[in-house]
Design a protein around this ligand. Sequence first.
Ligand SMILES: Cc1cc2nc3c(=O)[nH]c(=O)nc-3n(C[C@H](O)[C@H](O)[C@H](O)COP(=O)(O)OP(=O)(O)OC[C@H]3O[C@@H](n4cnc5c(N)ncnc54)[C@H](O)[C@@H]3O)c2cc1C
Length: 409
Amino acid sequence: MKVLIQGASIAGPVLAYWLARYGADVTVVERAPALRKTGGHAIDLFRPAVEVSERMGVLPQIEHLATGTAVLMAHRPWAARPARIDYLKLEKTMSDRHVEIMRDDLSEVYYTACRDDVDFRFCDRITDIADDGTVTFAQAPCERFDVVVGADGLHSGVRQLVFGDVPEQFLGGYLSVVSVPKALAHTGEMTGYFEPDRVAMVYTADHLVDARAVFIFRPRSPIDYDHRAVDRQKVELRNAFAGVSTEVDHWLAELERTPTFYFDAITQLEMATWSRGRVTLVGDAGYCPGPAVGGSTSLAVYGAYVLAGEMARAAGDHATAFATYEKIMTPSVLGSRKLARANATTIVPGSRWGVRALVGIGRAITVLPLSVTQAIARLNDRGVRLYDTMPLPEYDESPEAVAAPGDSV
Ligand SMILES: Cc1cc2nc3c(=O)[nH]c(=O)nc-3n(C[C@H](O)[C@H](O)[C@H](O)COP(=O)(O)OP(=O)(O)OC[C@H]3O[C@@H](n4cnc5c(N)ncnc54)[C@H](O)[C@@H]3O)c2cc1C
């Protein structure tokens, strides 16, 4: 069976790994000239994604590249000193198995795990998909595939080709990441400034050559901007964080020099189904609950594992595989959407009271025994512990399970 995947970030390489392991002939097309190595941000891998990584044999590499953030120093405008929050304990409270890692590092680990068995084509993209699976590319000649998968992120090109304009639900906030000099952060520590409707943080890791400043803010009304108008986005960011502190001013000053700048609205996809004909979607392309607020990376890894497993179980019958893939994923997708909608307001509270409550919870977790904080968190299976409750199916991992009779393998 010939499978084409668009997108070589997280979901794409994980899906490619498992499909190749099951015996499929896998091609991945990525529009970037190489694996993206800059401009990433720290992401959370929760239990199901950690276990998928373990089954891929890459967990030691992932753990080795963990950010190692141990402490969050939380500044508030009305407090003379920052609150010291035990970040590791916070993570352990949320998940029994959790790793924080930079997205680019994670992407490279997954890519390295499958690159010898998969045909990766950079600097190209899909421009058309016919019903019989014939794909037109911007660069390469036309080619026919049995299945095409969009793993190309929140603004997926495959989704646009197959489903047209799918409305994204705006969760009220904007997210920006700026690469700043490493000297502006402390290894092992995240420094954060928390105010109503705006949060700015900086962190680094031992192995990084820079630090990343992350800004999340919720303006009174949506910003009308073009996603290509970077200068305008920088103006919006400066205005949103004016007057927070001189430290934040230093991070913002790097906007003049930074090689990498990310800015986007925090939006959620609400598709009831994400497969049509020979095409399906995986990760943010199909069910992004909202970047930075809904655990979307773990959902992407989980979804890629389930899709590959269901294709193997259905012996290449893509219609059956897509239906069971969606059925298995739907409760987790709905749960993560709900979690993201709640997090969009709790992570960036709209009032002083909300900021006090957020930092207060962090302080309580810091002083209480871990067994107590975990026991309390476990009462909230649909919220903070949602990801730890997602069931990971078992699949027959024998090779060639996915090869359909008569198809090229
Ligand atoms: C600033 C920020 C902070 C975040 N923080 C967190 C967090 O703390 N925790 C968490 O779990 N998640 C977080 N996320 C979300 C996380 O990055 C994504 O959920 C995750 O990367 C999804 O992986 P993916 O493979 O589905 O898509 P993506 O990582 O978006 O990858 C899509 C890939 O497809 C490629 N592509 C896109 N369009 C095309 C095209 N037309 N043709 C060819 N290739 C294409 C892109 O170049 C990219 O390589 C954050 C995201 C952002 C932006």
